[in-house]
Design a protein around this ligand. Structure first.
Ligand SMILES: [Fe+2]
Ligand SMILES: [Fe+2]
Length: 145
């Protein structure tokens, strides 16, 4: 069941998402550096590295399938005007990732493609972790947590 066109489609969408996320987090890290928010710059830089790691996993999967990976359509970064705005944009980004990986995981499971299902499930769990961490940071920033 390798190389099903919808699986290839999900992998391509996922790669675009991950490169877009790298770009957004890296832009936020750069902004935080300029604003003198050193700890936040490091936090966003670490996020961008994790998303780059996801792109690496997707690349490896595509290469095993004999497909040249290419992230072509990057979502424009939405860095935000201040820290709270940044975190709100990132919550949107991560929620979209959870939706994408949930849909891809469900499809791969129905198709009985366990390797693709395991990859999408792992990425979904990572993005759920990112989403939760962001929501906690946002609550803390707003004095709710
Ligand atoms: Fe990711
Ligand atoms: Fe993420």
């Amino acid at each position: 069941m390798r190389n099903h066109p919808r699986i290839i489609g999900f992998l391509g969408q996922a790669l675009n998402h991950e490169y877009g996320a790298v770009q957004q987090y890296l832009t936020q890290a750069s902004l935080c550096t300029l604003w003198g928010l050193r700890d936040w710059a490091e936090t966003f830089l670490q996020e961008s590295r994790e998303e780059l790691g996801h792109a690496d996993l997707l690349n490896q999967r595509l290469l095993v399938m004999g497909i040249a990976p290419s992230g072509g359509q990057l979502r424009p970064p939405r860095p935000g005007r201040d820290l709270r705005d940044m975190l709100l944009h990132d919550v949107d980004l991560e929620a979209a990732a959870v939706d994408l990986y949930s849909e891809a995981e469900a499809f791969a499971t129905r198709l009985r493609d366990p390797e693709a299902a395991a990859l999408f499930a792992r990425l979904r769990r990572d993005e759920e972790g990112h989403l939760q961490h962001l929501q906690e940071s946002l609550a803390h920033l707003e004095g709710r947590g």
